[in-house]
Ligand binder design. Structure first.
Ligand code: ADP
Length: 315
């Protein structure tokens, strides 16, 4: 794979990235084994980690050196305040994260057993009532180079933002997760689609587990109007596809202890590389390097590496 050197901040202005998406408090409960129906067991520990795909991707971009603003929604509770504070600590703009007095902040209850098997319940809460004001959205898009979104917030908000972004010259990155069927009109609004193998499979209705299949899935999206596609394949790595063709990039061989936020970390490093003038292949390389660090640490946002840490990984 090619070596890359991104322009330093002094050579190029810092990319401005707007993230529209979900904010969850992850409650991670460790158990020796999951309880059966009607059974009560004693847990080993509980820990609270700021998470949600939107928040994770915002932190992923900020830690790679971008200037990031977030559009989201939280409830009037301690989790909401903590999530906003965690973003603010990263220098992420939180002016467009209003509080919904009627619903709780989104929560993910994650049960992890001694075999490292996860069982997760997500309660969307305030994420489910995100309906951004079109005029606020328009002004935020005007000030941004790239818009990053996922599907943990209402689809109408995602579609409105993607269409407006295209009109205002802001590049659109979509991570279609969790997967759901999307209207055909959305594909031409997307510059960069980043998705894992199961999401690619759900959308194309074709089996995706090997790199060749991921490349074919990439072509499916290109044919419908997406400009570039990256399919992540877990421990295998990732496949990048654009009009010039497809390329497979193996993952770095590391010992994974927790893959939470691996895809979000990958996406952050990819987007900031692209937004800084890097090529798609350079972006994927940075994504793999960042994700290789993420999987070696427990938790969502705590495991997302900084740009300095990513640059210390092998190329
Ligand atoms: P998601 O978290 O969205 O399901 P993946 O599981 O495909 O996404 O992981 C995203 C990226 O994280 C992969 O492309 C790879 O770079 C990295 N990754 C995931 N699991 C491992 C692993 N076991 N070893 C090394 N890298 C990994």
């Amino acid at each position: 794979m090619s070596k890359m050197s991104l322009p330093s901040a002094s050579q190029q202005s810092v990319p401005a990235i707007l993230v529209l998406g979900s904010l969850n408090m992850d409650m991670v409960v460790r158990v020796s084994r999951a309880p059966g129906d009607g059974e009560t067991i004693e847990g080993q520990s509980i820990a609270y980690f700021p998470g949600g795909k939107g928040g994770n991707q915002a932190v992923g971009c900020a830690r790679q050196g971008a200037s990031v603003c977030m559009i989201g929604r939280v409830g009037a509770d301690a989790h909401g305040a903590a999530l906003r504070a965690a973003l603010a600590q990263e220098g992420i703009g939180c002016d467009d994260i209003p509080t919904d007095d009627a619903v709780a902040t989104g929560v993910a209850v994650v049960m992890v057993d001694d075999q490292a098997q996860n069982r997760i319940v997500v309660v969307p809460g305030a994420n489910g009532t995100l309906h951004p004001d079109p005029s606020v959205l328009a002004s935020r898009l005007k000030a941004s180079d790239w818009l990053v979104m996922q599907l943990e917030v209402p689809l109408p908000a995602v579609l409105m933002a993607a269409e407006q972004a295209q009109k205002s010259g802001c590049r659109v990155v979509l991570n279609p997760s969790p997967s759901q069927s999307l209207p055909a009109e959305v594909w031409p609004w997307i510059d960069t689609l980043v998705l894992n193998e199961s999401e690619a499979q759900a959308l194309t209705q074709v089996s995706v587990s090997r790199p060749e299949e991921a490349a074919q899935a990439g072509q499916w999206f290109l044919f419908r109007g997406v400009r570039q596609v990256v399919v992540t394949l877990g421990a295998q790595g990732a496949v990048a596809v654009d009009a010039k063709g497809g390329s497979f990039h193996p993952a770095l061989p590391v010992k994974a202890v927790d893959t939470t936020a691996a895809g979000d970390t990958f996406l952050g490093a990819l987007v900031v590389t692209l937004a800084s003038g890097g090529t798609l292949n350079e972006g994927v390389t940075m994504g793999l390097r960042a994700a290789s660090l993420c999987v070696q640490t427990v938790g969502a946002q705590p495991s997302i590496p900084t740009r300095a840490a990513v640059l210390r990984t092998p190329q």
